[in-house]
Design a protein around this ligand. Structure first.
Ligand SMILES: *Cc1c(COP(=O)(O)O)cnc(C)c1O
Length: 392
């Protein structure tokens, strides 16, 4: 690792992980699209499954290393592993630290693949014990701890309810019981929230979202101490093959440079739009951690420096009208994902299998809105014209 760490986050976004290219003098490290690297003259003692040396792109690539250096600095961690997707990062953590005689406590509001893995796949195929709890309630976590609990996994803000969990207090509970704490911090990014400094052991990101920020490359990362990250590298990359393409690592490295500027704009616009929605008579509820009405607003203010760009809300309308609203939008695009430059919206109807975990107001379906980098005036005008078309 090149250990260039500046005291200001925004300077690290520009410089961390970058260097002068030794061969050409280019002031940017190049893309290395190669599957294999030349072996040393004496390869007999090489650790073929090692992840510190460049041997084969599945076991580590040059561009992956540069991005790992950048993200470790941005999260204030010792080491980082970058993988093909956010889900590869999450499953990498679960497969590395859970065994068939172990137990995990996980948030009951989480990314859908996590829910599926932990609710069906792990218990059914591997006999791993899983307890899903409301991680905004510390007592529920304490009550769920068993002698074989190995991991507590939280997501804050949670997708899609934007529920906030107290990283510092949960880390105290985990430490006292000798359990690892992993935090999916995708919605916040290291610009707004630093889980390791609050006591978490592992921070997980879908790089696909805000860190790349441009909706054109998928990736995932886990940041933590070297011992833990080394274990994940060997499992998730070398043995399970969830390695990132060098080109995607390069794109994400480039996107991450402007992370602070983008997060400022996403957060500022989203707060304004959330306030606009909350004041609208056509809107049944708004969930955004920056609103005073959010149940964990005070906690969000404590552990985040702003509230990012995802808002969930509902209309005082039926399923058909929700669909009509989405289809009437002209600027905002109906598509999954969050954290892109363009505004994206998804309507999830009341048939969502996780509905029973959601707060009551979500139970008739909800709109998850990722506020993009367009002018907030244009976004609000688009919502207004779509509501008008729906006679709301
Ligand atoms: C999108 C997302 C993921 C999954 O990331 P992929 O890159 O799509 O695999 C995980 N966690 C959260 C909170 C997400 O929003």
């Amino acid at each position: 690792m090149t250990n260039k760490r500046y005291s200001n986050f925004i300077t690290n976004c520009v410089h961390a992980g970058n260097d002068i290219d030794k061969e050409t003098g280019a002031i940017r490290r190049p893309i290395t699209m190669a599957n294999s690297y030349r072996l040393p003259n004496d390869a007999s003692t090489l650790d073929w499954s090692g992840t510190d040396e460049l041997i084969y792109t599945r076991t580590t690539s040059a561009n992956q290393i540069y991005l790992q250096e950048k993200l470790a600095v941005l999260e204030g961690g010792e080491d980082c592993v970058v993988l093909a997707t956010g889900v590869a990062a999450l499953s990498g953590v679960f497969f590395t630290f859970l065994t068939s005689d172990s137990h995990i406590i996980c948030t009951n509001v989480s990314y859908v693949a996590v829910y599926r893995l932990l609710n069906e796949y792990f218990p059914d195929k591997y006999g791993i014990e899983v307890t899903l709890v409301d991680t905004s309630n510390l007592q529920e976590i304490k009550d769920a701890i068993r002698p074989n609990t190995k991991l507590i996994h939280i997501e804050t803000p949670g997708n899609p309810t934007t529920r906030i969990s107290d990283i510092e207090e949960i880390s105290k509970i985990a430490k006292a019981a000798g359990i690892l704490l992993s935090v999916d911090s995708t919605f916040a990014t290291p610009y707004l929230q630093r889980p390791l400094s609050l006591g978490a052991d592992l921070v997980i990101h879908s790089l696909t979202k805000y860190i790349n920020g441009h909706g054109d490359a998928m990736g995932g990362a886990v940041i933590g101490n070297k011992v833990l990250i080394d274990k994940i590298k060997r499992q998730a990359m070398v043995n399970m093959g969830g390695s990132i393409s060098p080109f995607n690592a390069w794109l994400i490295m480039r996107g991450a440079v402007t992370l602070p500027l983008r997060m400022e704009q996403h957060s500022k616009s989203a707060l304004r739009i959330a306030e606009f929605l909350e004041a609208s008579p056509s809107v049944s509820f708004v969930a955004y951690p920056g609103l005073k009405s959010h149940p964990q607003h005070e906690l969000a203010k404590k552990q985040m420096s702003a509230f990012s760009g995802v808002i969930s809300f509902g209309l005082k309308a039926d399923v058909k009208t929700h669909n009509k609203f989405v289809n009437s939008l002209e600027l905002i695009i109906s598509a999954v994902s969050i954290g892109h430059d363009e505004s994206l919206i998804v309507y999830t109807g009341p048939t969502d299998e996780r509905n029973h975990f959601y707060p009551n107001e979500f139970k008739n379906g909800h709109l998850r809105f990722s506020v993009g980098l367009e002018a907030s005036d244009d976004i609000i005008s688009d919502i207004e014209q779509a509501l008008k078309k729906c006679k709301l």
